[in-house]
Design a protein around this ligand. Sequence first.
Ligand SMILES: NC(=O)c1ccc[n+]([C@@H]2O[C@H](COP(=O)([O-])OP(=O)(O)OC[C@H]3O[C@@H](n4cnc5c(N)ncnc54)[C@H](OP(=O)(O)O)[C@@H]3O)[C@@H](O)[C@H]2O)c1
Length: 297
Amino acid sequence: MRIGICGTGRMGAAIATRLLGLGHEIAVWNRTAAKTAPLAAAGAQVSATPAALAARSEAVITILTDATAVDAAYRGAEGLLSGDVAGKLFIEMSTVRPETERALDEAVRAKRATLVECPVGGTTGPAKDGKLFGFAGGEAADVARARPILEQMCRRIEHVGPVGAGASMKLAINLPLLVFWQAFGEALALTKPLGLEPARLMDIFTDTSGAPNMLKNRAASVATQLAGGHVAPTVEVDVVRKDLRTMVDEARSRGITLPVTARALECFDQASRAGLGAADCTKLPAYWVERGAHTRD
Ligand SMILES: NC(=O)c1ccc[n+]([C@@H]2O[C@H](COP(=O)([O-])OP(=O)(O)OC[C@H]3O[C@@H](n4cnc5c(N)ncnc54)[C@H](OP(=O)(O)O)[C@@H]3O)[C@@H](O)[C@H]2O)c1
């Protein structure tokens, strides 16, 4: 199938690699063109604009930072929707608010094309292996049309409602995971006087009921961070801030408060101001242990 991938950041590149490996005819576009080079070397075509990408593709996958990026990619002067896209399928996988997906759905329908949203759980490893967890939103027939592609990216797909429902579900899934990093940093701060080796500390924590699968997967990275080493970012502190802010904004618009999430966001903001915005999120607990040693709140 001729599939276009718009946005070859960490997730988009991993998904492109997966779909190339399955024999699809893949074309890519990215705002920063240099990031498409490894995919071009692996056999992907590179399009000069999102419009050109849409023109040559039967289906287009987008996985971009936030609502601003989605807007630019779809509605920009040479955006995905700027040409004749009647009959094409767009699969939007970014982590954004439901209203972003719903507004996009209207714009895509106005061009007589189809939108299915499918934000995902799982990071670049599962994306390369086709083992993401997809939260699909859209009309049943549209999700059925997208399903053969989604099944090549995801180990599980849950169709949770109309467009916007997938975004709601994804924000909810991410909430406890992201707040966890702050809670875990506070837990580790309590263990600091014990002077235990980071690897041993992680071995103890990951063998308890309080450890999510995510910690089991990322324990080695946390140990490295606690020991002062560097971890190549999988999910940056600033991406976590974007997600937490999106959750808080979404809740506010519905008249709900999320006090723990809002406080976790403040703590991540603080880490970003300290220069850790581009660091992997596993840096946050280590930052909190260090910071807790010389501040009071
Ligand atoms: N990383 C994960 O583990 C993970 C897991 C699940 C979901 N997600 C979600 O997936 C999305 C992508 O995440 P990622 O980790 O792949 O992020 P990333 O590596 O930072 O990539 C972001 C992508 O968005 C593009 N972009 C940003 N602003 C843009 C704009 N104004 N116009 C056009 N393109 C723009 C970037 O282009 P440039 O290269 O030019 O900056 C890049 O292609 C986010 O919504 C994230 O929350 C991430």
